[in-house]
Design a protein around this ligand. Sequence first.
Ligand code: NAD
Length: 379
Amino acid sequence: MKTLHAVAAKDPHENRSPLSPESIGKLSNMGIKITADKGIALRSGFTDESLVQAGAQVGELGEGTAFADIIIRIAKPTQEDLDALEPGTLHISFLDPFNEKDLIQKLADKKISAISMEMIPRSTLAQKMDALSSQANLAGYFSVVKAAETLGKVLPMMMTPSGTIAPAKVFVIGVGVAGLQAIATAKRMGAQVQAFDTRPEVEEQVQSIGGKFLKIDLGETGQTEQGYAKELSPEQIIKQKEGMKKACSQSDIVITTAKLFGRPAPTLVDADMLAVMKRGSVVVDLAVETGGNVEGSVLNETVENENGVKIIGLANLEGQVAKDASSMLAANFANLIEHFWDKDQGLVKLNPEDEVLRECLITHEGAVVHERFKEETLK
Ligand code: NAD
């Protein structure tokens, strides 16, 4: 495999690109021939000319799909996209595999080797390919920017002849990649930051970037082998809500990032907690796409409750800083492909035993090969 085609996003709200001039440079230096859909990176700030200069050929939409060994795109393929794929193609994209049983079967039936970007392992080796992290980092940053823009108050303390302004209080729930970046960004902007996570080991990380860790005793919590949080019991969720209610009532901004990998997000900020929040305060629900952490958050909308609290439910916040998001995402794709590059033969070669591929290859040679998505596992 040594030809690659990058497909432009069909979603008009998707500003990101899976290809950047830099990633084209890297892949073509390895010997890969690259084609891309016209205008693929325009919304992320890269012109077609810059892609051509870097070494890609740019053509009409969909033109290159049938001729490339490797297809990269951001979103999962539609039926029409699937129809255009040739058997044997390596297809790399986000796949939403936990919710796309039928799509996975179709990819297998069509003999596509499908890699799911969500399933890239959380290992040191795979860090440079980890698109969930690269994008969560930017979403965490932008959640603070968006909240600051929506809040009718400044974040830093200001001492002026006209009066002293107290710093804004920010409460971050969930301290994974996005949460840590939200804490760091809010601190840089001068806010007072408090945070909570069910994994107690993040306390030190919160403190190291200047935040205060809210302690709530939930008893046994734990995490999966991959470092993801385990689901709490209903009693633990009640305890957690009681512990967080006071923090919410004192905060100007609450940012929730608490996800559960492959499962719906837990509702953590309920109507009872929203009712004690200050008029004009802002809540950003970064888990809105997987069901939401905040009662009443609406996907891709900002809603204001009767209490005057604004709840921001925008998905794909990283797409609001599309240039950096695309550069990172394109680097993740290119690093993944580089990992499978066989220098001696000058082509991409899949070794299903490889420690990265074992985790993220979902279908291969006509079968569902990933243990978690095989028919018997799904039942
Ligand atoms: P995520 O997006 O799945 O969840 C965000 C955060 O929400 C997590 O910290 C989780 O513990 C927390 N959470 C879940 N339920 C909660 C609840 N009820 N209340 C409060 N918080 C709750 O997480 P993520 O950003 O993907 O990171 C998961 C872990 O993986 C972290 O430990 C992260 O540091 C680690 N990680 C490791 C690597 C690597 O080693 N290469 C890369 C990325 C992430």
